[in-house]
Ligand binder design. Structure first.
Ligand SMILES: Nc1ncnc2c1ncn2[C@@H]1O[C@H](COP(=O)(O)OP(=O)(O)OP(=O)(O)O)[C@@H](O)[C@H]1O
Length: 988
């Protein structure tokens, strides 16, 4: 393999280091080489100046033999050096899993060799050497070395992909070795370094180093205590046990030895087999590490991520064997964390870059800065085999592409030949290994209750992220081929792999039209055998076209990982939720309080309900019922039932759409009440008010009996807006409009989810007032436009793949939604329910006034109310005034006047004269209430004047006969009446 395909980095490396022939076989890069290669090809002759001179000096006699010897030595060293480099490079070419397997086997073999000598006294020189090294270094501790080596080897096999745990183990073992050999040194009588045998029987050289000076300085016991502590610390690092978790770890160990369940083990891997296999093989958490079996019986319906994708995942690319192709591309960095907080503040790209700069680890940050900083350092393809072949062909003939200038060709070739080793590699954030500490709150309202937020171990870990896979390499090949076939001067310059899609970056040569690539979307889809190709031009913040192609091997984004990410840890706001991961593999969290309202839409099965579950669970994980209360509306009756009875609820889950509409009206009233408070106490936002209340700065009037308490945030979740719009479109729309326009300062936030993002459900008014959007896969382009005002959502993959357009962002970002399964939800809900019962507000569903709008009014209620108001306030019953002021047609104005007459608000028509108005302005509110079908107190009825409202009330109460049918008899107007009206208006 290594001889057939010399990897590009090898080829460049060898060329630089003067291996003359390396190009001829390969040439992978020939296409990209000529300009630069020429001098490089000269390198060997440069390194062999002796040759040239040799031929002349051969005639010089005596020094010829020494030169020949030197030449021979150089030759041998070249061959040897080249071989070593080639083997090294080939090893680097291996898949990371194979490399780790190789290390695993090496450690196993080492363990066996050391055991053979230290345990079974292997005789002979080999045994002596092993003993000299092992015991010489570690002293008597060498007895346990085989266990350590074999253990680490097995660990490598079990976790072929991660590297963090191995680093931790190495550090832990190092510290433990220092401590324990030091103790062995003390116990072994503190032999002098020169006494080899005694040193081997004590703590070895390491023991002399760690124990000797300590004992000399601190006495034997002092040194012993210090070394004991050092060893203990090493052990804790090795076993990943923070001191505060020692009791829990002991319980886990006890549970493992004596059976039963440790608390953290009560998790349930209800994943599809394929995904679970993925998880299983990849270090997914305590349970998998403990080897506890998964319980198939625990798999719930609807509790499986990527339900239909199981088959695809099952026969992912790993099953099909891998080539040894070189991959290209920038590596994904999970340190890249988008916090919607940051994005909201300004340019998303800038925000994230700044974020990255701050948070990346030093190694990752340096690489990231390089990757971001200049185009020249953006990753370039380290070529594939196919590219190699093409390169050979083009190298032999034209090195320029059609229409390309020689200079451009040279520049392109120069960049394209950069070795993979120079590709900036971004550090991948480790799966969070530390669980979050539990937050404990003393509840203010129920002072005797200490509320503990759920432990983060209740949420499982997801699939460890892959940096690249063979599937990515195949796609890069296919894309390169398509670009070549169509003679487009463009290179696939890198890719970032997200959990469900990979974004390939294509950089254009000078003078190449973007349309030439975007116009190829169908050919690209054909070449990569996937219908779901989405092209972004450009990638926001980058000079490159993005081609997003689904991963054949999807990764599960678990809510637990998102909430344990740095982005979520750094933000202590109770309304922060885990959204998922973006295409670059960065965790996305969002502060719902800053959204401030969100529309979540997508076709059935696209992942809305899963998102809503993740959102509610996020809040339960992070917020006490005093911080966040919820109104959950679930007309489908299935999605949110799991949350019934949680103390965060302000009313039982509402399943009846009519009641939901009423609940929205309650939310409006609650909002008004909060606003009144803010105004009364002089605050602009509920946060300021709450702060002042907590600080005791808000003083009530002396006679007030009210007990001041901070207002919790109120999250109103409607899981199917369409159902509400069906029963009471006008009321629902009006409530939503009012809430969304004002509620932000009152700490009230709306999440509206729908699977029917059509204009009759997501009306213009709703859209205008709900600024943040989350679009899961929609069934049509039109739906995508309704949600996002742009196409894109129709190309999403479903199952949590989404476009997220938070308020203030100009371009949507693609995210894979966080997944939380039913058993996790049950765990979290059980935890919160066990601590506190819900304290429902009675008024939410009860005080909403009963309304019965008369049939003849029908859909005209709004305009009729306006007409009544106009007529009563002006005391002028003119139809043409209604026409003009309400901008309605003649027929409609006439009908309104009929309705007003039938309710005894105006008298009958009197020809061209304006009608008498029978209701006094003072009675306007009651009249309007009656028209709206609201209950009016009896004492209000008695105050009716001139029989108007009294009649109306009486009629509403059935005391009068239905008024006779009266038809409007035409235009009431001569000009006189209109003028009179104008006069009235002017006179006011
Ligand atoms: N974030 C995710 N990660 C993995 N799989 C997911 C995710 N979201 C959804 N899925 C998969 O898609 C299926 C359907 O998701 P979900 O029930 O949330 O869709 P929906 O849009 O609410 O559909 P409906 O409107 O019919 O209720 C889930 O059962 C799950 O298998």
């Amino acid at each position: 393999m290594a001889t057939r395909k010399t990897p590009p980095n090898d080829s460049v490396l060898v060329a630089k280091k003067s291996a003359p022939n390396s190009r001829s076989t390969t040439s992978s890069r020939a296409r990209t080489t000529p300009a630069k290669n020429a001098p490089r090809k000269q390198a060997p002759s440069k390194s062999a100046p002796g040759k040239g001179r040799g031929s002349s000096s051969a005639q010089q006699g005596p020094s010829a033999s020494s030169r020949a010897a030197r030449g021979a030595w150089m030759g041998v060293s070249h061959v040897a050096g080249g071989t070593v480099r080639r083997v090294g490079a080939s090893a680097a070419e291996l898949e990371p899993e194979h490399r780790r397997d190789g290390i695993g086997f090496f450690l196993l073999a080492l363990g066996i060799v050391v055991a053979a000598r230290e345990w079974w006294n292997l005789p002979g020189m080999f045994g002596d050497i092993v003993h000299a090294v092992a015991a010489g270094t570690f002293g008597v501790i060498a007895y346990v070395l085989p266990v350590v080596f074999i253990g680490m080897g097995l660990h490598m096999f079990r976790h072929p992909r991660g590297h963090q745990p191995t680093h931790r183990m190495s550090i832990g073992l190092g510290i433990l070795a220092l401590g324990s050999t030091g103790i062995a040194h003390l116990v072994g009588g503190r032999p002098a370094a020169g006494d080899v045998d005694a040193v081997r029987d004590a703590g070895g050289v390491l023991g002399v180093i760690s124990g000797g000076p300590l004992a000399a300085g601190l006495t034997l016991w002092g040194a012993g205590v210090i070394l004991g502590l050092v060893s203990f610390f090493g052990f804790l690092v090795l076993t990943r046990t923070p001191v505060n978790r020692i009791p829990q770890r002991l319980r886990e160990v006890e549970a493992t030895i004596f059976g039963g369940h440790a608390p953290t083990e009560e998790r349930d891997y209800a994943q599809s087999d394929a995904v679970a296999d993925d998880l299983h093989g990849a270090d997914i958490g305590n349970r998998a590490r403990g080897g506890a079996p998964r319980r198939a019986a625990d798999v719930h319906h609807g509790d499986e991520p990527y339900e239909q994708a199981a088959e695809v995942v099952g026969r992912g690319p790993r099953g099909r064997g891998r080539g040894s192709r070189k991959t290209l591309g920038r590596q994904r960095g999970e340190q890249q964390i988008y916090d919607i907080d940051t994005i909201e503040g300004g340019d998303p790209a800038d925000g994230s870059a700044a974020d990255e700069g701050e948070r990346a680890t030093s190694a990752g940050a340096a690489a990231l800065a390089r990757a971001r900083g200049s185009r020249a350092t953006t990753s370039r393809p380290a070529t594939t085999d196919e590219a190699d072949t093409t390169a050979v062909e083009t190298a032999g003939g034209s090195k320029q592409r059609p229409g390309e200038s020689p200079k451009a060709a040279a520049a392109r070739q120069e960049t394209a030949q950069r070795p993979a080793a120079e590709v900036p590699q971004r550090q991948v954030e480790a799966q969070p290994t530390e669980q979050l500490p539990q937050r404990v709150e003393q509840l203010a309202l129920a002072g005797d209750i200490t509320y503990t937020l759920p432990e983060s171990t209740l949420l499982e870990e997801g699939t460890p992220p892959k940096e690249r896979s063979a599937a990515n390499d195949r796609v890069v090949d296919a894309l390169t081929e398509v670009l070549d076939q169509f003679g487009i001067d463009a290179v696939v310059s890198g890719f970032t792999r997200g959990p469900t899609v990979t974004r390939y970056e294509v950089e254009l040569g000078p003078g190449v039209k973007v349309d030439r690539v975007t116009g190829l979307s169908k050919n690209i889809a054909y070449a990569v055998a996937s219908a779901d190709v989405r092209i972004l031009s450009p990638i926001p913040g980058k000079k490159a076209i993005g081609i997003e192609i689904p991963n054949a091997d999807k990764e599960l984004v678990s809510l637990g990982d998102v909430l344990r990410s740095q982005a979520a840890r750094n933000n202590h706001h109770p309304m922060v939720m885990g959204v998922g991961k973006d295409v670059e593999g960065g965790y996305v969290v969002a502060n719902l309080a800053k959204m401030p309202h969100m529309l979540v839409a997508g076709a059935t099965g696209a992942g809305k309900s899963s998102f809503v579950n993740s959102m509610i669970t996020s809040l339960l994980m992070r917020a006490t019922p005093e911080e966040v209360r919820m109104v959950l509306v679930d007309p489908k009756r299935v999605e949110l039932t799991a949350y019934e009875g949680i103390p965060h609820l302000i009313t039982p889950i509402i399943t009846n759409p009519k009641k939901a509409a009423e609940a929205l009206e309650w939310v409006v009233r609650e909002m008004d009440a909060r606003y009144d408070d803010l105004a009364a106490f002089g605050y602009k936002h509920i946060d300021e008010f709450n702060k002042a209340v907590r600080a005791g700065k808000v003083t009530l009037p002396p006679d007030s009996k009210r007990k001041l308490a901070p207002y919790p945030y109120l999250l109103v979740v409607v899981d199917e807006l369409a159902d509400l719009m069906l029963v009471a479109p006008r009321d629902v729309e009006a409530s939503i409009q009012r809430i969304t326009q004002l509620a932000r300062a009152a700490g009230i936030h709306l999440i509206l989810a729908t699977q029917r993002p059509s204009v009759d459900v997501v009306t213009g008014i709703i859209k205008a007032n709900v600024p943040s959007r989350l679009a899961f896969a929609t069934s049509s382009l039109a739906d995508s436009r309704v949600v996002l005002d742009q196409p894109g959502a129709e190309k999403l993959l479903g199952q949590g793949d989404a476009l997220f357009l938070p308020m203030g962002a100009s371009k949507p970002m693609r995210v894979q939604g966080a997944w939380v399964n039913e058993s996790e939800i049950h765990g979290v809900v059980a935890h919160v329910k066990a601590q506190l019962a819900p304290n429902y507000r009675e008024d939410v569903q009860q005080t909403a006034p009963k309304k019965e709008i008369d049939e003849d009014i029908g859909d005209d209620l709004d305009v009729l109310l306006q007409a009544a108001e106009l007529v009563i306030t002006t005391q002028f019953g003119s139809t043409s005034m209604l026409q003009r002021k309400l901008r309605v047609g003649f027929a409609k104005a006439g009908r309104l006047m009929d309705l007003l007459e039938s309710r005894a608000i105006v008298g009958p028509s009197e020809g061209s004269k304006a009608r008498d108005v029978l209701v006094k302005p003072d009675d306007l509110p009651m009249t309007l209430a009656l028209l709206k079908g609201e209950d009016v107190p009896d004492d209000a009825v008695a105050s009716g004047a001139d029989g108007g409202p009294v009649d109306l009330v009486a009629q509403a109460q059935g005391d009068l006969d239905e008024p006779g049918e009266q038809y409007y008899d035409g235009h009431d107007g001569g000009d006189g009446s209109e003028d009179a009206w104008e006069l009235t208006q002017n006179g006011r």
